[in-house]
Unconditional design. Sequence first.
Length: 180
Amino acid sequence: MKSYAGSSILLSLLLLSLSGTALAAEDKKPALRDDSSQSLEELGKDFRGWLGRWWEYFGGTTAHEQQPVISLILRNREKLGLSDDQVKKLEQLRSDFEKETIRNEADIRVAEIDLNNLLQAQSADLAKVEAKIRDIERLRGDLRIARIRAIEKGKALLTAEQRKKLQELLSDQRFTRSQP
C-alpha cells in the first residue's frame, strides 16, 4: 500500500511539474488558439482539485482524525473484551456514519460541480463563488465533526478499562503506521 501511495505521489509531482513546464512554455509562444489554453487551464483546475481531494483523503487532517477508531475497536473486540451488545451498537454506529459520509461527500461533489460552473462564466460572480466555496467548506467541516462525534459515541460505549486498552492500541497503531 505504501509503495502504491509513494508511486502516486511521484506521479502527481511529475504531472504537476510537466503542467508547470507546459504553462511556462505557453507563455513564451504566441497563442495559436484560445480554446486549447482554456482546456489546459481546465485540466489544471481539475488536477488541483483531484490533488486536494487526494491530500484530504491520505493526510489532510491530523493523524488522530484519520484513524478508523470504531473499526479498530471492532477488529480488536477480543482484546478489549467487548460484549455482544457493544459490538452491535458499534457496528450500527459505524454503518450510520458511513451512510452520512456518503451523503455528505456526494453533496460536496455536487457543490464542486456548481462551483466549476460558476467559474466557467466569462466573468465570475464573486459573491456566488464565495458563497459556494463557503458552502463546500461548511460541508467538509460538518463531515469532520460527524466523524469526531461518531468516535466519541463509540468510546462512550466502552468501560473505563476498555478505554484504557483502546488508548494502548491507538498508541501502537501510530507507531506501526510509521513503519514500512
